[in-house]
Design a protein around this ligand. Structure first.
Ligand SMILES: NC(=O)c1ccc[n+]([C@@H]2O[C@H](COP(=O)([O-])OP(=O)(O)OC[C@H]3O[C@@H](n4cnc5c(N)ncnc54)[C@H](O)[C@@H]3O)[C@@H](O)[C@H]2O)c1
Length: 244
């Protein structure tokens, strides 16, 4: 059986990815700064196999511990989904009023975290001669968002990181791709999502709110054998909104 690590798995999209990967037959390692027990318990209750890991994705030692825990629990590490982000808790401000600490935290978690997770997991994938890395970006990289320069810049960096990973890891049989969601509202976490969604839906070919389930087909495609010759790509899942 194949194993998938999902970071940012305690709630939101990461939790949905964990459930879907388990339903598709993967063993799941649910990693988060917050307690991922609810995700793990949900998978186990449905008959799947999952372990949780609590740690900070921006820390090198926590990433090493995550990879070791995954390998110990399930032997192989076949898929890494870099989904954890400094996102819902981020402070929004005008571009010249973002504090340096806030700027740095966005990059520590969103960029350094994904890079460090790859550094920890890739030795296991290299030893197997296979692996799939999926980095989660955001359509805001192509549109920009007022008051969000640190987040948007950090998510844009992941697209470049993915291309570097694809080039360096291709000879080892490891693919690296980006998946880019559009706004998937969670007004309980981000009250402004509800108002933004009306505007976003109007710009789509498919005129409805995007849900976590809309991401699952693309995630499973990139995690599975059907995408074995696909690497360095960015798949935008946004209901056909076009950027000029
Ligand atoms: N929801 C959207 O509209 C949307 C749109 C585009 C992209 N995305 C991206 O999708 C991903 C998931 O989005 P979401 O809406 O579920 O976000 P969310 O804020 O609800 O969840 C993020 C998760 O990451 C975890 N996390 C934060 N910092 C961490 C750290 N240092 N170490 C480990 N875990 C940490 C949080 O605890 C949380 O469980 C993010 O990468 C986000 O940037 C979301």
């Amino acid at each position: 059986m194949a194993t998938a690590i999902v970071t940012g798995a305690a709630r939101g999209l990461g939790r949905s990815y964990c459930r879907a990967l388990s339903d598709a037959g993967f063993d799941v390692v649910a990693a988060d700064l917050a307690d991922p027990s609810e995700t793990v318990n949900e998978i186990r209750a449905a008959g799947g196999r999952a372990v949780g890991f609590s740690g900070d994705i921006s820390s090198a030692s926590d990433n090493e511990a995550l990879a070791a825990a995954a390998a110990e629990a399930f032997d192989t590490i076949d898929v890494l989904i870099n989904n954890a982000a400094y996102y819902s808790q981020i402070n929004r401000s005008a571009f010249d009023e973002v504090s340096v600490a806030e700027w740095d935290r966005a990059f520590e978690v969103n960029v350094r975290g994904a890079w460090l997770a790859c550094c920890a997991v890739v030795p296991h994938m290299r030893a197997q001669g296979s692996g799939k890395i999926i980095n989660i970006s955001s359509t805001t990289c192509f549109k920009g968002t007022v008051g969000f320069p640190h987040y948007v810049a950090s998510k844009s960096a992941l697209i470049g990181l993915t291309r570097c990973l694809a080039l360096e890891l291709g000879p080892d049989g490891i693919t690296a791709n980006t998946v880019t969601p559009d706004l998937i509202p969670d007004p309980s976490l981000r009250p402004s999502d509800a108002a933004s969604d009306k505007f976003v839906v109007a710009g789509r070919a498919l005129k409805r709110t995007q849900t976590p389930d809309d991401m699952i087909g693309t995630i499973l495609y990139l995690a599975g054998r059907a995408s074995d010759f696909v690497t360095g790509q960015n798949i935008i899942v946004n209901g056909g909104a076009f950027f000029q």
